[in-house]
Design a protein around this ligand. Structure first.
Ligand code: IVH
Length: 665
């Protein structure tokens, strides 16, 4: 989409989102998305002054009042704040301040940015005369009666005799928010998405008593009329002396580096606060200088909000790329208009599968919401529907494999469409990478680049070819020295000694993860034994569902599994032991042992030890179980063992038992 078109889309979208937020107290997207879209629009408008529009949302301060409350004019208007997204923005802000400050001293007060809603309180002769919301900054709503019911709002204060007006933030602390939502849930009412909405909804009740019961709190941070403190610290101290609640948490910083250090520290500490904050407000200490620097249309020059990096952002979906995974699954990736998210620029995000795209009706050109959770790659979590969404074509997911052109089918009950051509080169590539992976055969030296090289040279056309490679085949490869050839050859040799569950996992059967592979090997002992089972026998293994069972069955019957297993056997892989005789005369003969919790050694190693001593190892505690070895964090299995009166051992006790039994034998 051309920039101009994007500007128009964003203006319409932001106008709607702003109305939802300010007028109806019912935002449909997180604040971070709104902020990111606003920033994108600001940047685009700066690049395209020819499409200027004075009514653009970038020029407006907020929403207009609505509802049953009468209007209050704010004079001077209640401005908003400019935003800093990172340290660089803060330094830029500091540079501008210092440039314009002449010889005045520059120091900052940093306050938590409370995620509540702004109110103005006007006292006359120390008595509360008016309480108003911010509205659009120029005109707010008279909510005096409601605020009188809020215990945190003093009805009288120890203030100058005439008119005294302050600005502050009404907010709902986390405990009150959680209690309110729990109550609403129990009543079948919709819950509030965040404390800000809850505070706004509570303040704008038609029945003031309800406002009074919601546990609202207040922090004041600005004197608007009736006193002229010289510094922000003085203003806060003065407000406190008047009897108004002031946030005790604030930092005095002499330099922007100190501000940045506080911000870093605070970002980690804010989770422990009893109220929601979405950042910090950095304010000039010197209020005369603040007045001299003045304001832009929207915000004072002497203050800035430092927003914590958002975990979510919104941006335009430019296209969808479909890749073929190891199991043939066609995985769509979103190609995004670059957007800043949690400190990085994101251009690609996971769209998971065909089903999700259809369910969320994600169309190219839409504005999508993107989330980054932990280390995982970002994912698209939904669409912000704009008017043009319905004019865009629904996304047509490819019906054939984009790599080999073969048929791609979607099986019943599966969310992904898969390429079913076993010779598909894309699948083989991903499969080989998987085989070499840590949790599979852990082959040193078999990374994606080596895999590509082997495929390019035609040295590997099926997975088992890997293990037929000789060192001299490798040494001749471009970019492959003797050392790397030796390393890979050693890695391939070592792979033969891996345990049966790892080999099974390496086979890459769709849906068979590490845990399923362990359970299956535990139950059937060897890979050939697993391959012999019917679908039903497989599905009966605790922890193995119908989907895994049917996938395994297909793999070993008619799939590539049979051939592969035979080859691996010939190549010297140990495919597990056939189920052991139940009583072999060992130290633990006749025992049915279950391991649970975290052990100091890998679980399969402990299980092998037990089996070697003649025990039968199972994964679930049943009436048959005779012994449970419980490691750290053992939970329900331990409880079940206790309730069944099964003999319980710590790992150390188990070790002693094995050792002493061995001595006796
Ligand atoms: S100072 C001229 N200090 O953040 C602007 N604002 O995004 C003066 N807010 O509308 C604002 N905590 O509602 C200031 N400690 C604090 C704040 C704070 C929350 C809110 C305020 C403002 C919004 C700006």
């Amino acid at each position: 989409m051309a920039d101009e078109e994007r500007i128009l889309t964003l203006r319409a979208l932001l106008a709607r989102l702003s109305e939802e937020y300010h007028v109806h107290d019912a935002p449909t997207v997180p604040d971070a998305d709104y902020d990111a879209l606003m920033r994108e629009l600001e940047e685009l408008e700066a690049r395209h002054p020819e499409v200027d529009d004075p009514s653009s949302p970038t020029r407006r301060v907020g929403g207009r009042p609505t509802g049953p409350f009468s209007s209050v004019a704010h004079e001077p208007p209640l401005l908003s704040l400019q935003n800093a997204m990172d340290a660089q923005d803060l330094r830029e802000f500091d540079r501008r301040i210092r440039r314009d400050a002449a010889e005045a001293d520059v120091a900052y007060v940093v306050e938590p940015k409370i995620d509540g809603l702004t109110v103005v309180l006007r006292y006359r002769g120390g008595r509360l005369e008016l309480g108003a919301t911010r509205g659009d900054g120029s005109v707010g709503e008279d909510v005096t009666e409601n605020l009188r019911q809020v215990a945190a709002v003093p009805r009288t204060i120890d203030a100058p005799s005439g008119l005294f007006e302050v600005r502050g933030e009404v907010y709902m602390p986390w405990p009150a928010f959680e209690a309110l939502n729990a109550h609403r849930l129990a009543q079948g009412e919709p819950v509030f998405a965040n404390p800000r909405n809850a505070a706004a909804g509570s303040l704008r009740q038609t029945d003031a008593r309800i406002t009074g019961e919601r546990g609202l709190e207040l922090f004041c941070y600005e004197v608007r009329r009736g006193a002229e403190p010289q510094t922000q610290s003085e203003a806060l101290a003065f407000l406190g002396r008047c009897g108004l609640p002031v946030n005790p948490l604030r930092f005095h910083c002499a330099t922007i580096d100190e501000v940045i250090a506080e911000a870093e520290h605070f970002a980690g500490a804010r989770a422990g606060l009893p109220y929601a904050t979405d950042g910090l407000v950095v304010k000039l200490e010197d209020l005369r200088l603040t007045a001299r620097l003045g304001a832009t249309q929207k915000a004072p020059r002497a203050a800035i909000a430092f927003k914590f990096p958002a975990e979510e952002a919104a941006t335009e979906l430019l296209g969808i790329e479909v890749q073929v995974g190891r199991t043939g699954a066609l995985t769509p990736t979103a190609l995004l208009r670059p957007v800043r998210l949690a400190g990085t620029t994101v251009q690609r995000a996971s769209l998971h599968n065909e089903e999700i795209i259809a369910q969320r009706d994600i169309r190219i050109g839409d504005t999508v919401r993107v989330r980054k959770a932990g280390e995982i790659i970002p994912e698209v979590i939904g669409v912000i529907t704009d008017d043009a969404h319905f004019l865009r074509a629904p996304y047509a997911f490819p019906q054939t494999c984009p790599v080999c052109g073969g048929e791609a089918v979607r099986r019943e009950g599966e969310a992904a469409r898969r390429c079913v051509n076993p010779a598909c080169p894309a699948q083989l590539r991903e499969w080989l990478i998987h085989i070499g992976g840590r949790a599979a055969l852990d082959i040193d030296g078999l990374g994606p680049r080596t895999v590509d090289l082997l495929l390019e040279r035609g040295l590997v056309t099926q997975p088992e070819d890997l293990f037929r490679l000789r060192e001299e085949d490798l040494a001749g490869l471009p970019r492959f020295g003797e050392k790397s050839a030796a390393k890979l050859a050693a890695g391939l040799r070592a792979a033969r000694g891996r345990s049966a569950p790892r080999i099974l996992f390496a086979l890459g059967v769709p849906h068979v993860g590490e845990r399923a592979a362990e359970l299956l090997c535990e139950r059937f002992g060897s890979l050939p034994a697993i391959a012999r089972q019917g679908e039903e026998e497989l599905a009966q293994v605790p922890g193995i569902g119908a989907v895994i069972a049917s996938s395994l069955y297909r793999f070993f019957h008619g799939g590539v599994g049979e051939r592969l297993l035979a080859s691996l056997g010939q190549l010297g892989f140990s495919l597990g032991a056939e189920p052991q005789p139940e009583v072999s005369g060992g130290a633990l003969a006749g025992e049915v042992v279950v391991f649970t919790g975290t052990l100091s050694m890998p679980r399969h190693a402990a299980q092998e030890l037990a089996r070697a001593s003649g025990a039968r190892v199972e994964s679930d505690v049943t009436r048959r179980t005779t012994m449970v070895v419980a490691g750290e964090g053992a939970g329900s299995k331990l409880a079940r063992a206790e309730s069944l009166g099964v003999r319980l051992l710590t790992e150390a006790e188990f070790g002693v038992l094995l050792a002493t039994a061995r001595e006796r034998n």
